[in-house]
Write a protein that binds this ligand. Structure first.
Ligand code: NAD
Length: 419
């Protein structure tokens, strides 16, 4: 990753823009520029062939002024500590922008889950918890799934934590399977939350969702569910992509079929052989399709100075964390494209994770409808607080979101006497 795309520098730059605008106290800004604490661990794992491999892992607790740190664990071959730092900063702003009583954290392990067997993944997941177990807990720091981790991995991690503590503490991790204390609606919560913000944004810019065209980059938890939900809302999904390739059909892609295809084959590679789609090369072209709504839902640093001039969408709904570089963000603003910034757009996941904690604490679980209704209420409120703040300061939505979120974290820090 080039210097300009270093995600943590990107996060710091975004913070600085907001800090200047809102006249943020210098001491608070200095504290907020860096993570509160971070752990670097080595995880020895016995592989199926009998050899031992040592994986590098991180857990970063960025800021916990508003409550315990909260944030997912990513398994990725390209993981870096700066990515984890950036993601933990964005988690801090995310929890604050939707006004849930949590701070920000994030974890990551450098590994390639696609090359590992289930038993190797289980040993790695358990090993990670053995390494960081003493630094996390329901009142300290609560992980969840992220890229290439899932409910099964959360279940192994919760179980390993139970072995360390001597009792099962479901509150240590969210995104668990429902059978062991997960919440209804957590599976597609990120995409559901994004849908609520997209609906409000469409109303705001006068876009009729019925028949609106959509392109989605990334077809995992966030992307595939976003594609499915937008199709349910009457949109025409004309472009999708994942690590296996990008596919385009101007008449609309059968999203259910694509989801089924990925469930069977692992990626979208070859999807054009079973559908009317054409393959786009390079796959990044999915971002440049002439659509109403573009949903980046893969990784950070995808919309850059290089391709931003080719973006044609009216709205960019950032399901992924950090998909747009600061330089590209400027251009999107100049082009008048309505951006729903990442830590607002994808906050549905952490919001339902918070609901999972609340339900776990009460030992009383809500129906899916109740989860979705509460999620909708929070997402709509957050959306309008961001848009109104952006309009008040005459800035773009990302800076508006920062002003709302940083203001809340700063208030908590002052009240607690940290500065
Ligand atoms: P996932 O592992 O379920 O899916 C990731 C998807 O991205 C896969 O389809 C993968 O093939 C694709 N991908 C990876 N590299 C790609 C590339 N170079 N080009 C195109 N596609 C590529 O992960 P996820 O949970 O859906 O996370 C996706 C994004 O959403 C991440 O930025 C993540 O941080 C963010 N996010 C996820 C959640 C959540 O609850 N899962 C919550 C908030 C934000």
């Amino acid at each position: 990753m080039s210097e300009t795309l270093n995600p943590f520098k990107m996060a710091q730059q975004q913070l600085s823009t907001a800090a200047e605008l809102m006249n943020l106290d210098e001491d608070i800004h200095a504290v907020l520029r860096e993570p509160m604490r971070e752990f670097h661990v080595s995880i020895p794992v016995r592989m199926d062939d009998g050899t031992m491999k040592v994986f590098k892992g991180f857990r970063v607790q960025y800021n916990d002024a508003r409550g315990p740190a909260k944030g997912g664990i990513r398994f990725h071959p390209g993981e870096t500590v700066d990515t984890v730092r950036a993601l933990s900063a964005w988690m801090t702003w995310k929890c604050a922008v939707v006004n849930i009583p949590l701070g920000g954290g994030k974890g990551g392990v450098i590994c390639d889950p696609k090359e590992m067997t289930q038993s190797e993944l289980e040993r790695l997941s358990r090993g990670y918890i053995q390494a960081i177990g003493r630094y996390i807990g329901p009142e300290i720091d609560v992980p969840a799934p992220d890229v290439y981790t899932n409910p099964q991995i959360m279940a192994w991690m919760a179980d390993e934590f139970a072995k360390i503590r001597g009792y099962y503490a479901p509150g240590v991790i969210t995104g668990k399977p429902i059978a062991i204390g997960g919440s209804e609606g957590r599976g597609d919560a990120t995409a559901r939350g994004a849908r609520y913000t997209i609906r409000e944004a469409a109303r705001h810019i006068g876009l009729d969702l019925n028949g609106a065209t959509v392109a989605v980059q990334g077809f995992g938890n966030a992307g595939s569910n976003a594609a499915r939900l937008m199709a349910e809302d009457g949109c025409k999904v004309v472009g999708i992509s994942d690590i296996g390739g990008a596919f385009h059909d101007e008449n609309g892609i059968d999203v259910a079929k694509a989801i089924e295809y990925v469930a069977e084959n692992g990626t979208l590679a070859g999807f054009d052989t079973v559908s009317d789609c054409e393959e786009l090369t390079p796959a990044e072209k999915v971002l440049e399709l002439d659509v109403d709504i573009l949903i980046p839902a893969a990784l950070e640093g995808q919309i850059t100075e290089k391709n931003v001039h080719n973006i044609k969408a009216r709205m960019v709904a950032e399901c992924a964390n950090g998909p747009t570089t600061p330089a590209a963000d400027k251009v999107l603003t100049e082009k008048g494209i309505f951006v729903i910034p990442d830590f607002l757009c994808n906050a549905g996941g952490v919001t339902v994770s918070y609901f999972e904690q609340v339900q776990g604490n009460m030992n009383f679980y809500w129906a899916a409808e109740e989860v979705d209704e509460r999620l909708g209420h929070i997402m709509k409120k957050a959306f309008w607080s961001v848009v109104e703040t952006a309009e008040k300061y005459n800035v773009n939505n990302r800076t508006g979101a920062y002003v709302v979120a940083v203001g809340r974290v700063a208030e908590a820090m002052k009240l607690r006497g940290w500065v």
